[in-house]
Write a protein that binds this ligand. Structure first.
Ligand code: BAL
Ligand code: ZN
Length: 873
């Protein structure tokens, strides 16, 4: 497979202005008729051939302006249909046949539980009909779907329904019209035996929009939260961005087999059932919050992605980074803002930093790719969002809003670039973003080494910041970035933020300083007392900040920093310092000793004023093994696990009574609601329970068992089940697992949780259990959710996946090889943990590489090929 390069971009020689499609549905032989109104670009060569993408299509007929084309008039290979001579303006008609029931890749038109659905982003439309499958070709669509009245009573497509009727042989049809020009990646069709819940939203200009969520009948009671989230998102986008919905109907459909979380097709969002269905008995608080965020994300795409779309797939972060930023702000406004930031950053620093440091590292705007589906990454999405957040922080909220208004107005109905977006921000604010643009082209996470000195005599504080971005594949040398560092100086006597005076200018108590050079020293004057610097507040830039904080400094910031995020981060850093010592002790076979400062800090947290329970729950959670691993030069999975368990157990022993008290104070009999208050209470209660269970405290065990038995809501049940299964009390865990598995055998999304709980336990029997569960009737390699819940979760189980005998790696490679044939997109994603081989000891490196080599020996899809090739380069 050959890469495509951004530098080769050419505007399309022909554009489609209007698209009419007719689908005659059949599992083995669906007929698709296309009638395309096509025009040559005014600047294109009059002899330019027409090239249409098409894959796995059986061509039945082809005509231009009603004249059939004979075989000599076109060339057809596995990927492209090329017609040498076409008029300046013409109608192209084609008919093709496709087989949805054989489509296990879940791209294009496929069947899921007997229902038809589509996934066209990024390049799935070419598996439906011959078309210029690129986002800069935008057309209005009229779509007729014909299906069986019994099997497919519901026939959906984008836009508004304009006609419906019955046909011979028990068939019927519905015709849909979408007046908004769109690229074909936003096309959608759904047909099946679906049921809907309906609601309404009145837009800011007073229009009534009908909202429908379509699901299988048994899931009708799991749609309430998604609907409420949708309405909140619609209102929020009007207030925060002035964006109003533009059709009379907005539909969401839940499907069981789906590669992504969801898809923003115009007017017809298709969702992975896991990203839309919730019920207190089946979904955890985290799932409720995830659904809220994803519903909002897809809805927000209606403007950031659909009305204004991407010129080419290299610009993917234009819509994804911006839309993730929008959904993050929405969730922060709707829930606890500091907790949202803590959770997002915690995930980002673990997973995106790892991606940015590995062999698949790429810029937010890559300059080449083989398979675009490999680029739906944390870098494009999450780092892209961090860059938009930096822009907002650099220009301020008002200018940012002016910039986004300008962007949506100026480029409505167009396919544009990242420069167009940043250009609007520059125009609205008067700022110069030329250096800032390097964030889009340079991969890798910048390291910032910070050093501070207080001059008592002069009353000055000198802060030196040095930046360096490590080499990444294809980018050996990096240029300095424009990095906004939000900061404060916390006085060690007063415990208060000091006023910041820089170059004679009073900046207030919290300010953004701009690091642009490799190294810069900032001299703060009129600093009346020795401070501890609080740097990178709210994680103001996606960088690794290194400052030689002492444990006393961190304990001080933990209680005095006015920035909630940095208070949490000080706790994480303090725990990491203790963990470092313990990891070293474990490796050296020396007795482990718990740092009393960490115990004291936790005691202070537990006994201090408890204003924000949600933040407290985050502060009590230790850094994950994956995050600890990120900080180590060579990852020693066993030492990390042992050290973290030691800290957990030491804290539990020292603070048992406090954890018990926290647990008891946060038990509630209230009916479940996914409110911030209740979620905070449950988080706090469950983090306390996890400490108690780490020492298998008798009272903790009893609480855990009764929490499981009470069956109050899935958050509590799942936490209790996890703690039992992850303990050494198999006598308690086995009956609980059995009861849970029997109770929920009919619900695949709950069975996914049952799989995950089992395969993430630290005990060494897990590999056998994974193999056993892969034979379970509820498991199927064809379903991406099942694969992620079982095999994906196992690969996150650090001590077991990284077994020294290599069997964990072997199992993953076996699954990748099999999935490569069924679903290349999911297979390629599944390889990720193996691509991180450089981070491990030599033995594991060799084992991981040999599995990558074994995969490479197979006949591979371009998706898997690209990842393996990079991983071994
Ligand atoms: N566009 C693919 C799914 C999403 O990011 O919303
Ligand atoms: Zn998106």
């Amino acid at each position: 497979p050959q890469p495509v390069y951004l530098s080769d971009y050419q505007p399309p020689a022909y554009r489609v202005t209007h698209t009419e499609l007719t689908f005659d549905l059949d599992p083995a032989a669906t007929r698709v008729k296309a009638r395309l109104l096509i025009e040559r670009h005014p600047e294109a060569d009059a002899n330019a051939p027409l090239a249409l993408n098409g894959e796995q299509l059986k061509l039945i007929s082809l005509a231009i302006d009603a004249t059939p084309l004979d075989a000599a008039a076109y060339e057809l290979d596995d990927e492209v249909l090329r017609i040498a001579q076409v008029p300046e303006r013409f109608v192209l008609e084609s008919e093709v046949e496709i087989a949805p029931q054989e489509n296990t890749a879940l791209e294009g038109l496929y069947q899921s539980n007997g229902m038809y659905c589509t996934q066209c982003e990024a390049e799935g439309f070419r598996r439906i009909t011959f078309y210029p499958d690129r986002p800069d070709v935008m057309a209005t669509f009229k779509v007729t779907v014909i299906g069986d009245q019994q099997q497919e009573p519901i026939l959906l497509a984008n836009g508004n329904p304009i006609e419906r009727g019955e046909l011979e042989g028990g068939r019927h049809f519905v015709t849909w019209e979408d007046p908004h020009p769109k690229p074909c990646y936003l096309f959608a069709l759904v047909a099946g035996n679906l049921h809907s819940v309906e609601d309404h939203f009145t837009t800011m200009s007073g229009r009534d929009v009908t909202l429908q969520i379509w699901v299988e009948k048994e899931n009708l009671d799991k749609t309430e939260h998604a609907m409420a989230s949708l309405k909140r998102a619609m209102e929020w986008d009007e207030q925060a961005y002035g964006r109003e919905y533009d059709l009379d109907l907005f539909m969401i459909v839940a499907v069981n087999d789906f590669n992504m979380g969801a898809m923003e097709n115009k007017g017809l969002n298709i969702f992975n059932s896991a990203a839309v269905l919730t019920h207190p008995q089946t979904a955890t608080d985290a799932a409720f919050q995830n659904v809220e965020g994803i519903v909002a994300h897809e809805y927000f795409h209606n403007w950031s992605g659909n009305r204004v779309t991407c010129r080419d797939w290299f610009q993917l972060s234009l819509k994804e980074g911006f839309t993730v930023f929008r959904d993050q702000c929405f969730s922060a406004d709707t829930n606890s803002a500091p907790v949202k930031r803590i959770q997002d950053v915690s995930f980002f620093r673990t997973a995106q930093f790892a991606e940015d440091a590995g062999p698949t590292a790429h810029p937010i705007r890559p300059d080449h790719f083989i398979e675009i589906t490999n680029f739906y990454t944390l870098t494009i999405y999450e780092k892209g969002a961090e860059v938009v957040r930096m822009l907002r922080n650099l220009v301020g909220e008002e200018s940012f809003r002016r910039g986004s208004d300008l962007y949506f107005e100026r480029f409505d109905g167009q396919a544009v670039t990242i420069e167009d977006f940043v250009g609007c921000m520059a125009e609205a604010s008067g700022e110069d973003f030329s250096q800032f643009m390097r964030w889009y082209s340079q991969a890798g996470t910048p390291d910032i080494d910070a050093h501070g000195e207080y001059d008592y005599v002069q009353g000055e504080y000198h802060l030196t910041l040095r930046q360096r971005t490590p080499a990444t594949p294809g980018q050996p040398d990096k240029l300095p970035l424009h990095i906004p560092v939000r900061m404060g100086l916390v006085g060690t006597k007063s415990g208060q933020d000091l006023t910041l005076t820089l170059n004679g200018e009073k900046l207030g108590k919290d300010a953004v300083i701009h690091l642009r050079d490799d190294e810069q020293t900032f001299v703060f004057t009129d600093v009346a007392e020795a401070p501890v610097p609080s740097l990178l507040r709210e994680f103001s830039a996606p960088v690794k900040l290194h400052y030689p904080y002492s444990r006393e400094d961190l304990a001080f910031l933990l209680t005095h920093d006015s920035d909630g995020f940095n208070r949490w981060d000080a706790g994480q850093r303090l725990a990491l310092l203790a963990l470092d010592d313990l990891i070293a002790a474990h490796r050296n076979g020396v007795e482990k000793v718990m740092d009393s400062r960490v115990v004291d800090a936790f005691r202070a947290l537990l006994s201090g004023p408890m204003s924000d329970k949600a933040v407290l729950a985050e502060m009590l959670a230790l850094p994950s093994e994956a995050y600890i691993a990120e900080q180590q030069p060579i990852v020693d999975v066993d030492a990390i696990h042992a050290a973290r368990e030691f800290v957990r157990q030491s804290l539990a022993v020292a603070l048992r009574d406090e954890f018990l008290a926290i647990y008891e104070a946060n038990v509630t009999e209230e009916a479940y609601a996914p409110t911030s208050e209740q979620i905070a209470q449950r988080s706090l209660k469950n983090v306390a329970l996890s400490y108690l269970m780490s020492i298998e405290d008798e009272q903790g065990l009893a609480l855990c068992e009764s929490q499981f038995a009470a069956d109050h809501n899935m958050t509590d049940v799942r936490q209790a089940l996890t703690l039992l299964v992850h303990s050494d009390r198999d006598d308690l865990a086995s009956p609980a697992l059995k009861a849970f598995g029997e109770k929920w055998a009919h619900d695949p999304l709950v069975m996914d949780q049952w799989f995950t709980v089992q395969v993430s336990r630290p005990q060494p029997d897990v590999l056998e259990r994974v193999k056993y569960l892969m034979q379970h009737p509820a498991f199927s390699l064809k379903n991406p959710n099942r694969v992620r819940a079982l095999v994906g979760a196992f690969a996150q189980n650090r001590v077991n996946f990284h077994r020294l005998d290599g069997q964990g790696y072997q199992l993953l490679a076996d699954v990748v090889i099999e999935l490569n044939r069924l679903n290349p997109e999911i297979a390629a994603r599944l390889i990720t943990p193996l691509t991180r081989w450089q981070r491990f000891d030599e033995t594991r490196q060799a084992l991981m590489r040999s599995e990558l080599e074994r995969i490479k020996q197979q006949p591979l899809s371009s998706n898997v090929y690209e990842v393996v090739e990079k991983a071994l380069a």
